[in-house]
Each structure stands twice: as structure tokens, then as C-alpha cells.
Write a protein that binds this ligand. Structure first.
Ligand code: SF4
Length: 331
């Protein structure tokens, strides 16, 4: 029985710009307004991140009725439906929206095309909060398909003005296959100019495609609720590489590495690098002597923070354009 010799790290891996921004919004809101800050749904789907923010003073809730009047509320990176947005406004919370701008882009597109009379086919996973948020931009006329079989069943009320939108964190290959089925059934369907699957999802899957054939086993760091992390594990498995997903180093099992010489390691867009480092330490303890990072795309994208939480990099002072009497940076 041989122990692993080498760890190959995927590049890019781990946090994306939307996750970085969402976490920073919660941390800055706690600093500025004091604990507790309420967050609707897990800010991002990662156990470590959620527990860390809980320790700093965040309270995670699903129902707005659990938020006391006058509280500050953050919407998670996955986005919310219009009904949730309206209810939060009616309840008078100070709201900071940590919806990833790439999810907001899909919401804006849905609202714009709906005004032009479009109906939608949404490709995504039922019950995922991003899907609920995007579908909840409209009262009707948006139909969810999860796979090719669903495409055969879907019944839009008209087909002249039909558009397709997708969850941002899907398998790129699955989404392409389902979109092709939509196109085959509805040849005039309108597709997004640029795909809705985000750059981070695409780049992490591309890296796994390069890495998987070079390793005997692949470990993905990510929580079970993380869509993009699950897709990374599935992708490696489809490519014929034994692949496992762990929420933390404690979940690693030594038998996974029996006979494995090279171990690949990546992390979903919501998984922090500290967990990757803990996994590296654990695999090193089994015998791996070298750690090598694959060459890959360098991600430089960064999303701005909402007004009321921005800090001027030069002065270190808060940037605010609001009248102090109108209250905190709610929008
Ligand atoms: S995975 Fe993509 S859509 Fe989700 S937060 Fe990151 S950049 Fe935004």
C-alpha cells in the first residue's frame, strides 16, 4: 500500500468575487452597526464561513418574521425573490443586499425581457435559493427545467417570445446539453448573449478538467449545500477520477488515498483557503512530500461594496453620500 507522494492544487480554486463581497458586507455591517446583524439564509453555502460569522455576531434566519423590528438585514449572495425584498422593505429593516452582481444581472435581464412579453425557461436545481430568487422575480411565466427530460415536458403558454436563463453555478456541460434540448424544441428561443453561468464556476470546472487526468484521486473542499462544489466533484468523477467532497479536513478518510500517488485538490467558490491548507496538512501527514499549484487563470475581478459600507482605500474613511438623518446605508 503506497502513500500519496504529491498534491496538485487546482488554479483557480476557492473564493470568488461574489463570495468575498458577501462576507465583507456582513463583517462591515457588524463593525458599523454592532451585533447582531441578521442574514437571510446562509450568506454563502459554507459551514466554516457561517460559523465564523455567527461567532462575530451574525444571526442566520430563513423567515423574515424571525427578525426583530428595526434590525439590519443582509440578503445572501444567492439573491432573493421580489416578495422577500418587498416584505423586508415593508417590515422597515435596514437592508444590505449581498446578492452576487452576477445573479443580479440575471434578475435584471428577466425583469427587462418580461416587460417585453417574454416567458422563460430557467435551467437550475429545484429548491436552490438562487433559483427561488430568480424565479421569484416574476409572478408567473418562468418555468424550471432540471434536466433534458424536463425540457420535453415544459409547457410555456406561448413560444414566440421565449428566453432561457440559468442558475450561475451549474455544470457547464450539463447546461449546454439542456440548452441544446431547449433550442431543439423551441428553435426561436432567446439565449443570453453571455452565458449566465458565472466566470468562477466556469474557471473552477475548467481547472478540474485539466487536473483530473493527472491525479489518482481528487478532493474538493466544499459544503454539501454548495452547488458549484458538488459540480466539481461530479465533473472529476465523470472524467473517471475518484473524487470526494469534504466540508473540513476531519472528513478525509485514509482509505481514499490507498494506492494513490498524486492527489488533486480544489475548493468550491464558497470554501475558504484555510480549509484547503488544513486538508494539505492532513494529506502531508499521510506521506505527501510535495505540493504543486497547477498553472491556471488568474482571477482579478472584484465587485464593489454597497453604498454605506464602502471605505476609501486612500483615506481609510467610509464613503457615504447619504444624509445621516436618513439612517444607515439601507437600499
Ligand atoms: S459562484 Fe459565481 S455567481 Fe456565485 S457568488 Fe461566486 S461569482 Fe457570484
Amino acid at each position: 500500500m503506497s502513500a500519496p507522494q504529491e498534491i496538485l492544487l487546482a488554479e483557480p480554486r476557492g473564493f470568488c468575487a461574489g463570495v468575498d463581497r458577501a462576507i465583507e458586507i456582513v463583517e462591515r455591517a457588524i463593525q458599523k452597526f454592532g451585533a447582531p446583524i441578521y442574514v437571510r439564509h446562509e450568506i454563502v453555502h459554507n459551514t466554516y464561513v457561517v460559523n465564523d460569522l455567527k461567532a462575530k455576531g451574525a444571526i442566520f434566519i430563513e423567515e423574515l418574521s424571525d427578525v426583530p423590528p428595526g434590525s439590519t438585514l443582509v440578503f445572501s449572495a444567492h439573491g432573493v425573490s421580489r416578495a422577500v425584498q418587498q416584505e423586508a422593505e415593508q417590515r422597515g429593516f435596514s437592508i444590505f443586499d449581498a446578492t452576487c452582481p452576477l445573479v443580479t444581472k440575471v434578475h435584471v435581464e428577466v425583469a427587462k425581457l418580461a416587460k417585453e412579453g417574454y416567458e422563460f425557461i430557467m435551467i437550475g436545481h429545484k429548491g436552490h435559493p438562487e433559483v427561488e430568487g430568480t424565479m421569484g422575480q416574476l409572478d408567473h411565466g418562468i418555468h424550471l427545467v432540471e434536466d433534458v427530460a424536463d425540457v420535453a415536458r415544459v409547457q410555456p403558454s406561448q413560444t414566440e417570445k421565449l428566453a432561457v436563463v440559468t442558475q450561475t453555478t451549474l455544470s457547464v456541460d450539463d447546461a449546454a446539453e439542456i440548452t441544446a434540448a431547449v433550442r431543439a424544441r423551441f428553435p426561436s428561443v432567446r439565449e443570453p448573449k453571455q452565458q449566465d453561468i458565472c466566470y468562477a464556476t466556469q474557471n473552477r470546472q475548467d481547472a478540474v478538467k485539466v487536473l483530473s487526468p493527472q491525479v489518482d484521486v481528487l478532493v474538493v473542499v466544499g459544503s454539501p449545500t454548495s452547488s458549484n462544489s458538488n459540480r466539481l466533484r461530479e465533473l472529476a468523477a465523470r472524467l473517471g477520477t475518484a473524487a470526494y467532497m469534504v466540508d473540513s479536513a476531519d472528513e478525509l478518510r485514509t482509505e481514499w488515498f490507498d494506492g494513490a500517488v498524486r492527489v488533486g485538490l480544489t475548493a468550491g467558490a464558497s470554501a475558504p483557503e484555510i480549509l484547503v491548507q488544513q486538508v494539505i496538512d492532513r494529506i502531508k501527514a499521510l506521506g505527501a512530500v510535495s505540493v504543486r499549484t497547477m498553472s491556471g487563470i488568474e482571477e482579478t475581478i472584484k465587485f464593489p461594496l454597497p453604498k454605506g459600507l464602502k471605505i476609501d482605500a486612500a483615506t481609510g474613511l467610509e464613503i457615504t453620500q447619504r444624509n445621516p438623518e436618513t439612517g444607515p446605508g439601507a437600499h
